[in-house]
Structure formats: structure tokens, C-alpha cells
Design a protein around this ligand. Sequence first.
Ligand SMILES: C[S@@+](CC[C@H](N)C(=O)[O-])C[C@H]1O[C@@H](n2cnc3c(N)ncnc32)[C@H](O)[C@@H]1O
Length: 307
Amino acid sequence: MVVLAHEAGAGTSRREPRYIDLGERGIYHTDNRLNDLTGKEWVFATRSVINMSFPPSLQFELRSQHGGQKPPELCAYLIRIFTKKGQRVLDPFAGVGGTLLGASLAERQAEGIEINPRWVRIYHEVCRREGIPPQPLHVGDAREVLPTLEGPFDFLLTDVPYWDMDVRRRSTGKFKRVGMPARERRRSKLRPFHELDPEDAAAGECTPQPLRSEAEWLDLLRTVFALARPLLKPRAYLAVFIGDMYHSGRFHPLSHRVTEVLCDLGYTMKANLIWYDVSKSLHVYGYRYEFIPSMVHQNILVFRNEI
Ligand SMILES: C[S@@+](CC[C@H](N)C(=O)[O-])C[C@H]1O[C@@H](n2cnc3c(N)ncnc32)[C@H](O)[C@@H]1O
């Protein structure tokens, strides 16, 4: 690592910015308040479309019991953009721990909350098998656990639950290939997020309720993001995964709903990044009669806690 001369004369003050030559990675400026990226890396990190897919890793099969798991490498990529090494990341809807595993990959600290103990057990099993020291993951309702956490956090990264998808099974209607008889759609093998393991239900440890309406869903998000605010550092960023949906004959721009909620709470929207998952398979929807989008992307809404 080579320290280059300061613009106004090297070594005059400890506060003066310095340029550090990181070789192939480029030049790191010590004035960088946001992350540990060099100028060269920053250029790539700010592009609005992330066209990455990730090969199975970190006990993918085990984590995939949760239908909404996110690639830890993608989470690590975002965490490296919005934090510096050692900083703290919060995930109030942690699932099987995409954010927490991403934080471990990126050498950051993280703390999560997950209402269903089944997903928390899977996270711990992944850590055990991979030899990763687990980050704190609290079992409980984020609305109750958030007020007990100790801030400040430097970044909030989360993937919010859905109001309808969690409850509905994808089993309506028939499925037909050209020249073949119509057959029932395959039922999803995935468990709805809220469904407890029988032993947890018996122990009465936690009773996650399915969100039955859009209003209930928005209410949960409003409460959780309001409770998270005092835990975040001023100017901390938030990145929220949310896929838009097409069902019951119309497109549901859920990302707009989430944006409205967060902006009403006083967060400032900074970007709508598109994660284009190039490995997503295409299906035939509406062929010959109607345009129905084949959703191969998710939104990553970026906000900042401007205080
Ligand atoms: C989209 S998933 C997150 C998946 C996660 N990104 C991962 O990689 O596994 C949303 C999670 O929020 C959880 N959840 C729903 N309501 C909650 C609440 N009130 N408090 C905490 N967690 C909740 C669900 O059980 C679900 O696992």
C-alpha cells in the first residue's frame, strides 16, 4: 500500500485527506465517509442496475426452505457500499439470515429479528456447518424487539414480508401446455413464512400472524421503520428489497407503497436499484391474450435517515 502525497503538502495535519494507492483496486481517499471503496470501485457501485446472479453457496439448499431467502453475496455487496469495515447493520425481517451472513462475509457486525423460530434455527445451522460465528438474531416480533435493541446502527438492510404472498398458495387455475391436457398447477413446496413448526406452536413461543390485507401489511412496515429510526445513525442509509407483483388480473406496484410509507416517516429516498437476476427462468404468462410481465427483477429501494 502506497500513501500518495496530500494535495496541500503531506503530514501537515492528521485531518487532511490522503490518497492511498491500493494497487489494482484503485485509489482510496481517507475522506470517504461512506465506505471503504476506491474511486474505481465507487463508479461501479453506483450503477442503478445490478445484473448479478449467484451460484449456490452457504448451505443454499437448507436456506431455500425459506422461499424468500436472499443471496448473502448480494447482501455483502450492498453492505460494502453502505458501510465501512466493522460497522453495524440492522435487519428487522431477517428470515434465514441473508443480511447477517452477508455482514459476516463483509466483516461487518449485524443484528437481526425474525418472528418465526424455524428460520432462526436454520440460520444457526448454516453458521454451524460453515464455521461462521453467528451474529445476534432475536426471535420475536420486530415491533416488540426493536425498542429493546441498542443502537446506533450504520445501515439497515432488509427484505420485507409480503401481505398476500405469505398467505396465498400458488395453486389457482389449471396449467396447460400446447397439445396436452390441462392439469392442476403444482402446489408450492415452500412453507408460508408465518407457518410455525409444530413444536414451536406447542411451546407457544411465538405466534406470527399472517398479514391478511394490504392495509395490515403497510401498518406493520410503518411501525417497524418508525421504531428503527432512533436506532439509526444520522445520515445512515436503508436498503429495502421489494418485488412488485402481478396477480388477480393486475399489476401491484408494491415498491410505490413502501416508498410512500418511508417518505411519510421522514426518510429521504435516494435510489431505486434494480436487481436483475439473470438466472431467473422465464414462464409463459398470458400468451396470445394478455400482456403479463415475467418478473425477473426486484427493487432495492434506498433511503437515508436525514436528521
Ligand atoms: C422476505 S423474508 C426475509 C428473508 C431474508 N432476506 C433471508 O435472506 O432469509 C421476511 C421475513 O420477515 C418475517 N416477519 C414477518 N413479520 C415479522 C415481524 N412482525 N417481525 C419480525 N419478522 C417478521 C417473516 O417470517 C419472513 O421470514
